[in-house]
Design a protein. Structure first.
Length: 221
């Protein structure tokens, strides 16, 4: 498969990210999940969609550097300069259902911890700003494990954008969201697609219709 799109958007952010997949394939044992995925994408919103089991989550984890492809390469460039694999965590924000925060820590404590893990000094004002941006200000000092599914999802998103990444990866970001939560997520995606690159994995075709580019993955193999 090959998908490409020339970047005709005007960058309003400080860093331009280019994502390129070259023949990316992934197998788990005898089961092939991804097969020869090729893609070139610049700034904006890329929607990766397909049925459950089609490899959406696996592809995002490969892009994030959390999973190695069986074959092929993922190239991420920043302002035309190739980003080394060990630096991807600095420019990437990733939120997914299977990535959780610590149940025994509050939202604020989790965010402080993940800032330290990324080696970044992020002040309290920035943390509070992000918490308010995601509409979880009233839950700041509650333990993550005590939150509802929707509030947990918002907290994960807060962690993903804590360092204002130019490349944001979101796996099923609308899951477990009520109407207000859906609006918060939509607003966040629109903000980051204007100033960087957003990749959203979804099983809903309707969610992909407003994207700048779509990548459809096949049925479960």
């Amino acid at each position: 498969m090959f998908y490409s799109m020339e970047n005709t958007r005007t960058s309003v952010g400080e860093r331009l990210i280019t994502l390129e997949l070259r023949g990316v394939s992934k197998s788990f044992g005898m089961r092939r999940v991804l097969s020869d995925v090729n893609l070139a994408f610049g700034e904006g919103l890329l929607a990766v969609f397909g049925p459950n089991g089609s490899g959406k989550t696996t592809l995002l984890r490969i892009i994030a550097g959390l999973c190695q492809p069986s074959f092929g390469k993922v190239l991420v460039s920043e302002d035309g300069v190739l980003v080394p694999d060990d630096r991807r965590r600095i420019i990437i924000g990733f939120a997914a259902p299977d990535i959780s925060l610590y149940d025994e820590m509050t939202i604020a404590e989790n965010l402080r911890f993940f800032a330290l893990v990324r080696g970044m000094l992020i002040g309290e004002s920035k943390i509070n700003q992000i918490i308010e941006r995601l509409g979880i200000g009233s839950h700041t000092h509650r333990m993550f494990g005590e939150l509802s599914s929707g509030m947990k999802q918002r907290a994960k998103l807060a962690s993903a954008v804590l360092h204002d990444p130019p490349l944001l990866l979101l796996d099923e970001p609308y899951s477990n969201m009520d109407e207000a939560g859906v609006e918060v997520v939509h607003s966040l995606i629109e903000e980051y697609r204007r100033k960087g690159t957003v990749v959203v994995a979804t099983s809903a075709v309707a969610e992909a219709e407003s994207a700048d580019m779509t990548l459809e993955l096949g049925a479960k193999m």
